[in-house]
Ligand binder design. Sequence first.
Ligand code: PMP
Length: 407
Amino acid sequence: MHLSSRVIGIPDSITMKLNERAITLSEEGKVIYNLSGGQLPIKPLAEFVEKIHHQLNFLKSYQYCPSAGFPALRKKLLKHFYETRQVPSEIFDTVLDCILSNGSKHSIYNALGAIIDPGDEVVLLAPFWVSYPEMVKFWGGTPSVVKSNVFDAFVPAIDDIRKIMSPRTKCIILNSPNNPSGVHYSEAWMKDFAAFLKDYPEVVVISDEVYSEISYFDPKPSYFYQCNHSLLNQTIVIRAISKTLASTGLRLGYTIAPKGVVEAMSRIQGQTTSGPNSLIQRALMDFDLSLIESFLSPVRNHVRANAATLREKFREGNLGHCWYQSTSAFYFLIDFSRTPMFQKFGSGEDEDQSYKIADELLFKEGIAVVPGHDFGMNNTARISLVIEEIPFAEAVTKIVRYLNKTN
Ligand code: PMP
């Protein structure tokens, strides 16, 4: 059958593909350290699972919900947003609304659909989450990419964002804490970004905050609109239960945005997917969101411990040039171009070798990582910091040895 030209250009999601390849090799009996995962390897909080159990008893849990989700849950999540971000609800209740979708990937996709016209430019800050450029292109937009580097812990300079702005710039996607770098932008950066936005009142910022609760390094993540609440008029906030409740498979994400955007997204959902999973929404409605904090506490300690192991092993292996302090989410981005192994490729930094390197790491060393090319960062790879501490240390020892090998 002849496929549409729109779909022919869409690549597979590299994170999903790598994970599948590592699983296949493990099933064949090879010892694989799978550092490619983008999820916590634990079950969700027992109290949340109990709520799901309870909701199994009701007919409504199996039936359609309104296309934007259950109103009581939308209200609850909006209230939670006001409280956790210290936004005055009495002012913003007339401005903002909340809509639930099938995971935050779906939220971002529909949010872009609500604002992008063909030819619009969307600024992405590299390294960026792999799906942003493809989603932008799907709606007819054009990604414009701002680079960063390991010496700045992959935090882009606001001057570089300013340089890339054009009359066609419709939107900037911000992702702090960041996948794949595992850092969150500082409060000072957010203040500067808020000041920068004063010159661009028509530009929409999509703030992807799905990792905001997973931060193991103080000060915690904060956001530009907290310096100046009126910026919420041009902001679309994306959140989810995937990472914070270790529930990637339950597919529930949500968007907090000006009412017109939420209404447009609701129309998209009404004609495409309908509202998301009723059962999980009803369980969440009944669940005490403040429990998430203590649930994530051991997760943060675990990721912090693995990040410390990484630092120690990189220090012992004299790999200081590719180390930076990760602070949040559960990733770290290795910059191969700053390591001895890169010599053997004899190529400049502009030519990407990240696929080749990831293949070598998998087939020679048994380590699965995600090549950085699709995150907008040539010659890097993302590793995940969530696996158990002993195998993680073993995997990093092998990585360090590999990075120091010049042939
Ligand atoms: N944003 C970022 C930055 C992500 O890393 C992910 C998933 N890896 C998502 C959004 C989408 O998550 P989900 O659809 O599971 O909510």
